[in-house]
Design a protein around this ligand. Structure first.
Ligand SMILES: [Zn+2]
Length: 555
C-alpha cells in the first residue's frame, strides 16, 4: 500500500506564537524606528525586553482562542490592524491613543478616503502578508473542547508569567523610558489600538446615561429697542492661529478680512487661543460645554450643551454641517447636512463633496424656515465647514484662490517638500478667509436683525514640524501648533452699539481659550443663567451693558 507520510499538524498556539513574534518585530517597525532615533540614545538594552513583553502580551490575548477555529482569523485581524497602524504612524507621525481611536470611529468616508494612499496596499502586503500566508498554510491540530481549554489555560498562564517576569526584570529601564517618552507607549502596535478601543468601549456606559439638563433658569434680557440678534458661529476646522495673516503671519492669508478691517469694519482677532483638545471629537463637545477643558474631562454623564440652552432661552438655533457631523451637539436643535445639497454650484460634480461655500447656499431660506416666534427673539447659526482639514489640503481651496504655488497635491504628505505642504495649507486658509468675508457679506444683507459673527478654530495642525503631521496627539504630548487656534469676530454697527462694545478694549484682549466660548456667547446674546461666568466672557470687560448680564437667576 502506498501511504503518504502523515502531515504534521501543529497546536494552534504555534500560529499564535509565530504571529506574535512577527508582530513584535516587523509589525512594530515604527516603534523600533522611533526608539532608535531617540535623542538620549542607549536604548538598545530595552529592545529585547520590550519585544519579549509584546510577544507575551499578544500571547495572553490569543491564548483563549487555542481551542477555537477563530485563531487563524484573529491572527490575520491583528496583523492587518498592525499594518494599518504602522502605515498611519509612518505617514503622519503621531500615535494611537484612545482619543485617536475615537477620531477614527467618528470619521466619515470623505475623511477616510483622504487618508488612503498607494503606500497603504504596499504596507499591508509587507506587514500583514506573511501572517496571512502563515494562517492559510500552517496545518493546525483540531483540539477537543477540553483539550482546547487546557491549551488556553497553560498558554495563557505561561505567557502571563513571562510578561510579569519581563516587566519586573526590566522595570528600571522600561519605566523611565516610557515616562520620558510617553508617545512610545502609544506606538506599541497593535496593543495601542486594542487599549484605545477598550477605553472607548468602557466609556460608553457613562455616555448612555440620561442627559443631564443644565441652565434651566436661562432667560434673555436683550437691550431695549434693539433688533433681534442674528449671530453666526463659524467653527474653524484644523485652523492654526499662526497661519492667519490677521494674527501676524508673514503671509497675508486673510486678505479679505484685512480689507474689511481696513475699511473700518469691526473685525477683531485674538491670536493663540488655547483649544480644548487636539481633535474635532475632543474639542467640539468641550467647546460647547459649560464645564471648560478640565471640567469637561471630569464630567461623568452627558450634559446639555450651549445650543440646548440657547434654544431653551427662546432663540432659533440652526447647525449647518459640511463636515463629518456635529458630534452630537446638534441632536436636539434643527440641523442641516450640506451633503444633501447636490444641486448647489459649490458641490459641482466633485465626488469629494461640496466646497465650504455651500454652507451659505440657501442660508436665508433656511433661516426663514425657522419658527417665527423664535426668530423674533434672535437667531444663532453654527456653520461647520471642512476648513483646512487634511491631509488633502489642496482639496480645501478652489483653483481661483490658490495664491501659493506649487502646492502639495497628494495626501501622502511626506512626498511633498515642506514649502509645498505649507502652500497647500495656506491656500486653505485663503478659502476660510473668503468664507468668513462672504459670511459677513451675507450678514450685512439681513436687515431685520443686528448681526455678528464669531469664528473659532477647533484645534490646530502639525505641518511636518519634528516629523509630525495632522493633529490628534495626546494633550500632554501635543505641540503648541496643534493647540493654538484663531478667534475672529465681526460686529455690525447695530450689534456693537446695542452692547456698547468698546472696540479699543476688544482689540486688546488676549489669553483666551475654548473655555471662554460658552460664556462669551451667552454674554453676546444677553442670555442670563446661573451657569454664566463673567470672568470667562471674552467681551464682558468691554461691554458698556455688561452690568445687564449677571450671574444668577434673572429677575
Ligand atoms: Zn477638527
Amino acid at each position: 500500500m502506498n501511504e503518504s507520510p502523515a502531515k504534521r499538524h501543529y497546536p494552534p498556539w504555534a500560529l499564535a506564537l509565530l504571529t506574535s513574534l512577527w508582530l513584535a518585530g516587523p509589525g512594530n517597525a515604527v516603534l523600533w524606528q522611533r526608539l532608535t532615533h531617540l535623542p538620549d540614545g542607549a536604548q538598545a538594552s530595552v529592545v529585547g525586553p520590550l519585544a519579549l513583553g509584546i510577544v507575551a502580551a499578544l500571547m495572553v490575548l490569543l491564548a483563549p482562542l487555542c481551542g477555537s477555529r477563530a485563531m487563524r482569523l484573529a491572527c490575520v485581524a491583528l496583523a492587518l490592524l498592525a499594518a494599518f497602524i504602522n502605515h498611519g504612524m509612518q505617514q503622519y507621525g503621531g500615535v494611537i491613543d484612545p482619543s485617536m481611536v475615537t477620531n477614527v470611529l467618528q470619521t466619515d468616508l470623505r475623511e477616510a478616503g483622504d487618508l488612503l494612499s498607494w503606500k497603504l496596499p504596499l504596507t499591508l502586503l509587507l506587514l500583514a502578508g506573511p501572517v496571512l500566508v502563515l494562517a492559510w498554510w500552517l496545518p493546525l491540530r483540531r483540539l477537543s473542547p477540553t483539550r482546547g481549554a487546557q491549551h488556553a489555560l497553560v498558554v495563557g498562564l505561561a505567557s502571563g508569567l513571562l510578561l510579569a517576569l519581563v516587566l519586573w526584570a526590566s522595570l528600571h529601564s522600561l519605566a523611565p523610558l516610557m515616562r520620558n517618552h510617553t508617545g512610545l507607549r502609544y506606538a506599541i502596535t497593535p496593543l495601542n489600538a486594542l487599549y484605545g478601543v477598550t477605553r472607548v468601549a468602557a466609556s460608553q456606559p457613562a455616555k448612555s446615561q440620561p442627559l443631564q439638563a443644565i441652565g434651566q433658569d436661562i432667560a434673555l434680557s436683550p437691550p431695549p429697542t434693539a433688533a433681534p440678534p442674528l449671530l453666526v458661529l463659524v467653527l474653524g476646522e484644523t485652523t492654526r492661529s499662526d497661519h492667519f495673516g490677521l494674527n501676524g503671519y508673514s503671509r497675508d492669508t486673510t486678505p479679505r478680512l484685512r480689507a474689511l478691517q481696513a475699511s473700518g469694519e469691526a473685525v477683531l482677532s485674538v491670536p493663540g487661543v488655547l483649544a480644548c483638545g487636539t481633535s474635532t471629537a475632543a474639542s467640539l463637545p468641550c467647546m460647547f460645554s459649560h464645564a471648560g477643558r478640565l471640567g469637561f474631562a471630569a464630567l461623568e454623564q452627558p450634559h446639555e450643551n450651549l445650543l440646548d440652552l440657547l434654544q431653551r432661552a427662546g432663540l432659533a438655533v440652526l447647525w449647518v454641517d459640511n463636515q463629518s457631523g456635529c458630534k452630537g451637539l446638534c441632536d436636539r436643535v434643527p440641523h442641516a447636512d450640506t451633503g444633501a445639497l447636490r444641486t448647489s454650484p459649490a458641490c459641482g460634480t466633485d465626488p469629494d463633496g461640496c466646497s465650504d461655500a455651500v454652507v451659505l447656499d440657501g442660508l436665508s431660506a433656511r433661516v426663514a424656515a425657522l419658527p417665527a416666534e423664535r426668530r423674533a427673539q434672535g437667531v444663532v447659526l453654527v456653520l461647520h465647514p471642512m476648513g483646512s482639514h487634511g491631509p488633502a489640503y489642496y482639496k480645501r481651496s478652489p483653483t481661483a484662490l490658490k495664491a501659493y504655488l506649487p502646492e502639495c497635491s497628494t495626501a501622502v504628505l511626506k512626498d511633498c517638500d515642506s514649502t509645498q505642504l505649507v502652500n497647500a495649507y495656506d491656500n486653505s486658509v485663503l478659502a476660510t478667509d473668503a468664507l468668513l468675508a462672504n459670511t459677513i457679506g451675507w450678514l450685512k444683507e439681513q436687515k431685520s436683525y443686528r448681526t455678528a459673527m464669531v469664528f473659532v478654530g477647533d484645534h490646530g495642525e502639525s505641518l511636518g514640524e519634528s516629523g509630525l503631521y495632522l493633529h490628534g496627539m495626546p494633550w500632554s504630548l501635543a505641540p503648541e501648533v496643534q493647540k493654538r487656534v484663531p478667534w475672529i469676530e465681526w460686529f455690525s454697527p447695530a450689534y456693537a452699539q446695542s452692547l456698547q462694545l468698546d472696540m479699543a478694549c476688544m482689540a486688546r484682549r488676549k489669553d483666551l481659550s475654548h473655555d471662554h466660548l460658552f460664556h462669551s456667547l451667552l454674554g453676546l446674546l444677553s442670555a442670563n443663567t446661573s451657569l454664566y461666568q463673567a470672568s470667562l466672557d471674552a467681551s464682558a470687560p468691554c461691554r458698556g451693558l455688561s452690568a445687564s448680564i449677571q450671574a444668577g437667576p434673572p429677575g
